[in-house]
Design a protein around this ligand. Sequence first.
Ligand SMILES: Nc1ncnc2c1ncn2[C@@H]1O[C@H](COP(=O)(O)OP(=O)(O)OP(=O)(O)O)[C@@H](O)[C@H]1O
Length: 467
Amino acid sequence: MASVLVVDVDPFIREYLRNALERTGHIVSAVESVEAAGMAGLTRRFDVAFLDANLPDGDAIGMLGAFRNRLDGPETIVLSSMADPDLAERAMRAGAWDFIVKPCSLDRLTHSLRRALMYRAKRSEALPPRLRNCGIVGNSAAIRQCLEQAGLAAAGRADVLITGETGTGKDIFARAIHQSSALANRPFVVVDCAALPSGLAESILFGHVRGAFTGADTTRSGLIRQADGGTLFLDEVGELPPEVQSTFLRVLQERRYRPVGARHEEASDFRLIAATNRELADMTAAGRFRSDLLFRLNSFVLRLPPLRERREDIAALAVHLLAREARRDCCEVKGASPEFLAVLAAHDWPGNVRELVHVLRAAILAAGGEPTLHPQHLPVELKVCYMRGAMGDAGESAQDREPQGHVSGQPMAWREYRRRVLDEAERRYMADIMRHAGGDARRAMELSGLKSARFYQLLRQHGRDLS
Ligand SMILES: Nc1ncnc2c1ncn2[C@@H]1O[C@H](COP(=O)(O)OP(=O)(O)OP(=O)(O)O)[C@@H](O)[C@H]1O
């Protein structure tokens, strides 16, 4: 069973194909225009599209190119009422699976559909490609999923939109996709849209010819030209000045642009990776970002999770970043004590990995010649946050905390009951001992009489919910 999109201006063909394909078990959506097909493609994923070559509201073959650009875009079978060899050639060059002249038999259509589905099934059996060594650290399920998606993006040529809060790694992921792609040896051109001066944005992007405006003493090429054959990385795309958004949309569609003051257009065959920490849909609703540009950018979206949603990555990131900082400063790598890592793990990191980098740099400076970092090298707010978490809700009565011997009135197995009681006792003990030691983990360990490995294991295990 496949998901099939039929795009045809003729209502008879739409209904005929829908009925015939639904009878053979496929799920069919039938629409009449380029615009409706675009909307359908936003909300659903299709395996195969039957596409009328002569749609009333736009270039069907151009849309075929956009389909192919999508990572999981459908295989496309073009239907034409004319046996036009030029049109057939354009369609095949744009990536069509087949070109069929109407009217034709149902057998001809279903045969082509079967072949396209067989090809698609084989293609999806291929293992997902991996990113080349790219310095991205993390083993949480969330980051592994991002790496897998980025690997897929690197294997194709689809335009990519990377979203995520500030400091989540949009830049490092964009570079990793480029470096793992077939364009790795070609330019990677960064445009910081937030830093484009509004009067000069077009000239910086598209270049200008001599005399185009006051001060244009020489002809200058723009960043779009520099990206020809490589990747254009549009950072903070939500900040793209409104007057440039519509021009840029055309550039994306045609991969052609006109330098300021020039008579003729020039071509630039770049792959676009855009990034944003803004909610572009909200900006579109508020009229600050063009909806058609958002639609064009939305073809393959990589969403990077905030650090607080993948705390298990914090220790590995800290160790990696300490080594990176040491390499950068040509000095010895500092170690991190378990308490230091526990404090890092308790923080919410609104600035994400970038904030972690800054905090580690400051800690390295604060530690001076000491080879190991401890909580005293961290900013006081982080320690306070950790202690608050560790002390928890002091007002809660011991009774409230009594381990439950029943779940919803049902008796539980002895083993499970024992595990819960022990777990609760450990947690309470750790909270008490830390309180007595005034939050000083080393002092708490001495008071407890536990060996350090066991003490820090308990601290790690219960550190976040010592309440
Ligand atoms: N998963 C990761 N592994 C290793 N380093 C990372 C990771 N994620 C981010 N970093 C590092 O954190 C810092 C910030 O990352 P980056 O610049 O890619 O974030 P960003 O999302 O583009 O930030 P902004 O929105 O502020 O531009 C960089 O030093 C980067 O190398």
